[in-house]
Design a binder for this molecule. Structure first.
Ligand code: MRU
Length: 344
């Protein structure tokens, strides 16, 4: 059983808060099969690297239930591929699916099908529960880097909604507040999908954090004219050298932070590190629909026929990152060595 704002799992179905409708409507979508979970990831009903990973793990369990009568390696590879083909950048998706699939492979000769399903269910719940623990641990490490009274800028949504619970970048803010520190958060609206305006502002206000919404192009001016201590963001995939893919706009923020002497922190679990990729150039970057740029809530804001480029993520050079906060400690540049130490 898992029950958080982001997701609810009872062994038979997965309920996901529909993040497309927040903050105006708080509604859950119920998935009783793996197709539904795959579609929910594709459609951004659930989004954020760790939340996608955990959802896919539950989708894998539902896929096993669907194939109960013929629980073969081929059938489960098809389930895995279907879930993996939903979004390309966040590596937590592939990490969670690999973990589920290797658990299945270790049980494939078990004739007791009910046992196999139970073991897969336990593994998916373990992934979800570990995510919450890991976020709290990162929050604890990360808050130590913030002064007693601090001002931060965050981008996209790396809160409870992007995880099973607690959040990564917002977990740091949350942990600081829990320890009596005061934090003023500037929230980038995060065009085109507005995760900052819609989700991060909603979450931070619920947590009672002093929150100011800005358009993305205001961040440089805020750094220049107000005292900002740190930019804190999450990550979708970190290469072996520390280059970090995160929501489009993160790279510009890192450059601005360097220019203005503001600390730039990435908060991500070790499961977001992909040591198969040596540097950021090789991280696959998802491109999304043109209408995300030409329309706002279905209202056309650009002329017909205009060309559009809509990369959903960018890559920030490791050199621009002051620290990568993981559950196994705070990593410092050069990341090749510090990452190798925490990744087993
Ligand atoms: O396209 P999204 O909304 O899934 O992108 C999410 C992000 O870029 C987050 O910053 C990242 O996944 C870290 S979430 C803890």
């Amino acid at each position: 059983m898992i029950s958080t704002v982001t997701m609810k799992w009872n062994g038979n179905f997965l309920e996901l808060i529909d993040q497309r409708k927040l903050p105006s409507v708080e509604e859950y979508v119920r998935c009783t099969n793996s197709d539904c979970v795959a579609q929910a990831i594709k459609d951004m009903i659930v989004r954020g690297a760790p939340a996608i990973g955990a959802s896919a793990a539950f989708g894998y369990v539902l896929g096993a239930v669907e194939n109960k009568e013929h629980l073969t390696i081929e059938a489960m590879e098809r389930v895995k591929e279907k879930l993996a083909s939903t979004r390309p950048t966040a590596v937590n998706l592939f990490w969670a699916l690999e973990r589920m699939h290797s658990k299945f492979l270790s049980e494939v000769d078990n004739e007791e099908r009910e046992d196999v399903l139970r073991i897969l269910n336990e593994e998916a719940e373990r992934i979800a529960n570990e995510d919450v623990e890991v976020n709290k641990q990162m929050g604890m490490y990360g808050q130590e880097l913030l002064p007693k009274s601090s001002t931060v800028i965050t981008h996209c949504n790396a809160g409870a909604l992007a995880t099973v619970d607690y959040g990564t970048a917002l977990g740091v803010i949350r942990a600081a507040v829990e320890r009596g520190k005061t934090v003023h958060a500037y929230v980038d609206e995060t065009r085109p999908y507005l995760q900052g305006a819609r989700l991060t502002a909603w979450e931070l206000l619920k947590l009672g954090v002093d929150t100011t919404l800005i358009c993305d192009n205001m961040a440089g001016w805020v750094m220049k004219t107000r005292k900002v201590d740190a930019v804190i963001v999450g990550a979708d995939r970190i290469a072996a050298n520390g280059d970090t893919a995160n929501k489009i706009g993160t790279y510009s923020l890192a450059l601005l932070a360097k220019k203005h002497g503001v600390k730039f922190y990435v908060v991500a679990p070790v499961s977001t590190i992909d040591t198969d990729i040596s540097n950021g150039i090789d991280i696959p970057i998802e491109e999304r629909s043109h209408t995300e740029v030409t329309e706002i809530h279905g209202f056309r804001i650009a002329p017909d026929g205009v060309g559009v480029y809509n990369p959903a993520f960018d890559v920030t050079d490791a050199k621009l990152i002051d620290a990568i906060i993981t559950e196994r400690g705070v990593l410092k540049y050069p990341y090749v060595e510090s990452i190798a130490k925490v990744v087993k």
